[in-house]
Design a protein around this ligand. Structure first.
Ligand code: FE2
Ligand code: FE2
Length: 274
């Protein structure tokens, strides 16, 4: 670390915790991409390995941060690497959708992980701007993002389970349908409440989303445990099962924060109206 700090103990803040969560996610994305490339695509494999090392190194550095100044300096460095991995993911996606490379990476999975890099970048920008709150537009767009990702996860799980695991495949497909439906509802609210304030619909909707997310979280936990102990057969690496479980847990934290902030936003808006 270049910036000198007076503090001696490690720096702790919710923002640092969030950044560390996403650094691990970016590191694991590099590994999943590498595992999905054809063995003849040596250059792409090497690039994915380089990204893995970069994010692993950033994870280690994040544990040595001692003060706010160092943290903000670190955030700038992370932003550069997140922009780089975002470009790499988009490059791989373009190669895939033009059938220029083979391998076992679903194009939608690469698109999905590029959206996660963009989401991480926005979090880093919010850390820089000192803004981690959720006004109504941000609440609904966060819902749209995560509901889409929960639906994608369900589809990836359904597509990577062994087709003989019929009961499990059916459950995963049912979650995909449920979360796509919720995502469309979130888009409706996104338009209806744009630059407005939370209404009864949004509050009811958040309760339904929380309920569905707890269910998919439990499903993912069961799937991870069964995959790890080889009680379900699939092409899903145990680490990928754990990765999507952690993302569901992160979404639950976002939802808890939203439930905590909603009444405050509502009160502020009412007092502004009069
Ligand atoms: Fe991910
Ligand atoms: Fe994801």
């Amino acid at each position: 670390m270049d910036i000198f700090c007076h503090e001696v103990k490690p720096y702790e803040s919710p923002s640092l915790g969030r950044v560390q969560f996403w650094l691990r996610i970016m590191k694991e994305h590099s590994l999943f991409m590498k595992l999905g490339f054809a063995c003849s695509d040596v250059k792409l494999i090497r690039q994915a390995e380089e990204f893995y090392a970069i994010f692993e190194n950033l994870e280690k550095k994040s544990c040595m941060i001692q003060c706010e100044e160092q943290f903000l300096d670190f955030v700038c460095r992370v932003m550069v690497e997140v922009k780089n991995i975002f470009s790499f993911k988009r490059h791989v996606l373009h190669l895939l959708i033009e059938c220029k490379i083979g391998g076992y990476n679903y194009p939608l999975l690469i698109d999905h992980i590029s959206r996660e890099a963009m989401y991480f970048l926005k979090i880093l920008q919010k850390v820089q701007d000192g803004d981690m709150k959720y006004p109504v537009d941000a609440i609904v767009s966060d819902n749209v993002f995560w509901l889409r990702h929960m639906a994608d996860h369900a589809k990836f799980i359904a597509g990577l389970l062994d087709p003989s695991e019929r009961g499990f495949v059916d459950k995963a497909n049912a979650f995909a349908v449920q979360f796509e439906q919720l995502q469309v509802q979130a888009r409706d609210l996104d338009n209806m409440l744009w630059h407005f304030h939370p209404n009864h619909n949004l509050i009811q909707f958040e309760i339904a989303v929380m309920d569905a997310t707890v269910q998919i979280r439990n499903f993912k936990e069961a799937a991870r445990d069964l995959i790890q102990s080889c009680k379900v057969i699939s092409l899903i690496p145990p680490l990928l099962a754990d990765h999507v479980l952690r993302e569901a847990e992160y979404f639950l934290e976002v939802l808890e924060q939203i439930q905590h902030d909603l009444p405050k936003i509502n009160n502020n808006m009412v007092s502004c109206d009069y």
